[in-house]
Structure formats: structure tokens, C-alpha cells
Design a binder for this molecule. Structure first.
Ligand code: NAP
Length: 327
């Protein structure tokens, strides 16, 4: 009997050819409806591999009954939806898709900065709603991006790619990580700052950190109060890094000027979400890495990782490396 692979969202058939040749492939039939936890648990019970999405909780309860499961390949660089400790204890390899999505996500992050600062979404709506009756000196005037200061929280692969774009806009680049990155300091002239100094000194605060117990709730009322009143806050990392109620209040009270958000505490957000009532918010449905080219490359990487683990070889991008030194 061939090992079985369960894919938790409908993916294009052309990327699945190599997988179907060797394995018994089963796939959730919807592109835009997530698999229910019951179905996922049932499918995981007999699967050797899961190709999962960031919206699928791969938790202890699921792994408990997944006796044949050898690999979870997550279609994302973030893996906060997976209980890594539990997977490692059970000898399940967890793979993600770093690097291949870096430039695409950096493009989206920079688009969000531009769209928020220059009020692109509001301006588009203004034209469509027939409100454009004359040119006027301060019509939909926004904020400049060039020559401003960008502060990147999470200067990893994507953060560095955003910083390279910022350099082209003649921005001053500040960053904060737990560790310093001498190469970005040298290549881009980026300056390392404490978190408090970065949020106080930046015109654009861009969050590109992963969601971890340490980063959860990193941006609270106190942090927004420390920012400039003209600051623009951008989050492409993960929603729960930010207290959304505090962000909403900061935007309403004028503690900060605007926000561009690709990620939310709870996704998908409801159209009645308070942040969506504000014209100084640009909201996107978690599309950071969503270009056709990159998403197909991410799918292929997941498939290569699954094939490698099932063939007893080292996958290209393994998250729980310590537990799999001998693969
Ligand atoms: P990466 O290369 O691992 O970079 C993450 C950076 O965050 C590292 O430089 C790390 O530096 C820093 N970091 C980790 N914990 C931190 C903390 N407590 N405080 C400050 N900095 C911290 O990952 P990446 O590929 O750039 O991706 C980053 C994140 O972006 C992902 O984890 C994911 O959540 C998000 N993402 C979102 C989308 C989207 O569609 N919106 C797409 C791709 C990725 P230190 O270890 O030195 O602290």
C-alpha cells in the first residue's frame, strides 16, 4: 500500500503530479473554505504526511491519534499553528517555506506602507464614488515615505528585504531583533535600537517578527503611546503580536496616524471589526506571499519536503532540526 498524503486545501492539479505518481493523495475539496478540525483529525489518523495551511491547528489532540504521521509540511514560513514540541516528541518532521517567499512578502509590505501613507485605498474609493469634482491643494494629502525613518521589528529574511527597498527610498533604517545583524548594518547602514527607542524614533514601524510566546502582545497601549503621533504602524508578521483594541484606540485618539495590516488577531476578520470603521486603516486578507509564482514555488517546496521525509532523506527546510539530526 502506498503511503498517504492529506492536503488540507484544494491546490492546482499541475503542482500535484509528482506527488500523485508515488503516493495515495487525498485533498480537501475547497479552495477557500478551511477543512473542519473533525475532518482533519480523521484524515490525519491514517496519513503519513500532511500538507497544511497556516489556518490549520496541528495540535496535540490531532497528533495523538495520527500514528502513521511522519511529516507536516506547512505552506508558510510561520509555523505558530503547529505544536512543534509535541511533533518533535513524536518524531514528526515539521517543514515550512522560508526564503522562497521573502521578496514577494517584502513587496507586499512595502506596498502596504505606500498605500497607507499615500491613502491609496481611500483615494480609489473617492474616485469610484464620484466624489472627485475638482483638483484641490490638499486633496487626500498623505505622508511622505522617502527620507523618513523606518523601524523594522524582526529584521530576518523579509525584514532585510524590506530594508533593501527602504534604502532605495533614501530612508533611515532602524531595526530591533533579539540579536544584532552585522551584515545588514554593513550592507544597508541599518542601526540597531532597543525596542523602546525604535518605536519612539520611527515614522514607519514595521512588524515582521514571528509569533512566539515572547512576541505575543508585544504592541500594547503603552507602545502606541510611545510612538510619534504621525507614526504609521504596519503589521505583516502575525496578528496576535498586536493588541488590536489598543491599536484601535491609538488610531482613534491620534496617538498614531495610520495602520496597514495584513494579519489580524483572529482571521478571517468580520466586516464589523472596529478597525474596519477607520479610514486611516488599510486592511488586507493575509496575502503577504500571495503571488501566483511564489505560491506555486511554496507548494512545490512542501511537496519536495514530503517526498524527502517519506523517502528517508533530509528535507530542504526542516523546522525541528534538533530532533532530526540523523535524517
Ligand atoms: P526570519 O528570517 O526567521 O526572521 C524573523 C526575525 O524576527 C529574526 O530576525 C529574529 O531575530 C526576529 N525575532 C524573533 N523573535 C523576536 C523577538 N522576540 N523580538 C524581536 N525580534 C525577534 O523569518 P522571515 O522569513 O523574515 O518571516 C518573519 C515572519 O513574517 C514569519 O514568522 C511570519 O510570521 C511572517 N510572515 C507573514 C507573511 C504574510 O503573508 N503576512 C508571509 C511571510 C511571513 P532574532 O532571532 O535575533 O530575535
Amino acid at each position: 500500500m502506498k503511503p498517504s498524503v492529506y492536503i488540507t486545501r484544494k491546490l492546482p492539479e499541475d503542482v500535484l503530479v509528482a506527488l500523485r505518481e508515488k503516493y495515495d493523495v487525498d485533498m480537501w475539496e475547497h479552495e477557500d473554505i478551511p477543512v473542519s478540525s473533525e475532518v482533519l483529525k480523521e484524515k490525519a489518523r491514517t496519513a503519513s504526511a500532511l500538507l497544511s495551511m497556516l489556518s490549520d491547528p496541528i495540535n496535540e489532540e490531532l497528533m495523538e491519534s495520527a500514528d502513521s504521521l511522519k511529516v507536516v509540511a506547512n505552506l508558510a514560513v510561520g509555523f505558530d499553528n503547529i505544536d512543534i514540541k509535541e511533533a518533535t516528541n513524536r518524531g514528526i518532521a515539521v517543514c515550512n517555506t522560508p526564503d522562497v517567499l521573502t521578496e514577494t512578502t517584502a513587496d507586499l509590505t512595502f506596498s502596504l506602507m505606500l498605500a497607507t501613507a499615500r491613502r491609496i485605498v481611500e483615494a480609489d474609493q473617492y474616485v469610484r464614488e464620484g466624489k472627485w469634482k475638482s483638483w484641490s491643494p490638499l486633496l487626500l494629502a498623505g505622508a511622505d515615505i522617502h527620507h523618513k525613518t523606518i523601524g523594522i521589528v524582526g529584521m530576518g529574511s523579509i525584514g532585510s528585504a524590506v530594508a533593501r527597498r527602504a534604502k532605495g527610498f533614501n530612508m533611515d533604517i532602524l531595526y530591533h531583533n533579539r540579536s544584532r545583524k552585522p551584515e545588514v548594518e554593513k550592507e544597508l547602514g541599518a542601526t540597531y535600537k532597543s525596542f523602546d527607542d525604535l518605536i519612539a524614533q520611527s515614522d514607519f514601524i514595521v512588524c515582521l517578527a514571528p509569533l512566539t510566546p515572547e512576541t505575543k502582545g508585544m504592541f500594547q497601549k503603552e507602545q502606541f503611546e510611545k510612538m510619534k503621533n504621525s507614526a504609521i504602524f504596519i503589521n505583516v508578521g502575525r496578528g496576535p503580536i498586536v493588541n488590536e483594541q489598543a491599536l484601535y484606540e491609538a488610531l482613534v485618539s491620534g496617538d498614531i496616524a495610520a495602520a496597514g495590516l495584513d494579519v489580524f488577531e483572529k482571521e478571517p476578520i468580520d466586516e464589523t471589526h472596529p478597525l474596519l470603521s477607520l479610514s486611516n486603516v488599510v486592511a488586507l486578507p493575509h496575502i503577504g506571499s500571495s503571488s501566483v509564482e511564489t505560491r506555486k514555488i511554496m507548494m512545490k517546496l512542501c511537496i519536495d519536503n514530503i517526498k524527502a521525509v517519506l523517502e528517508g532523506k533530509a528535507p530542504k527546510t526542516l523546522v525541528n532540526k534538533d530532533a532530526f539530526q540523523n535524517i
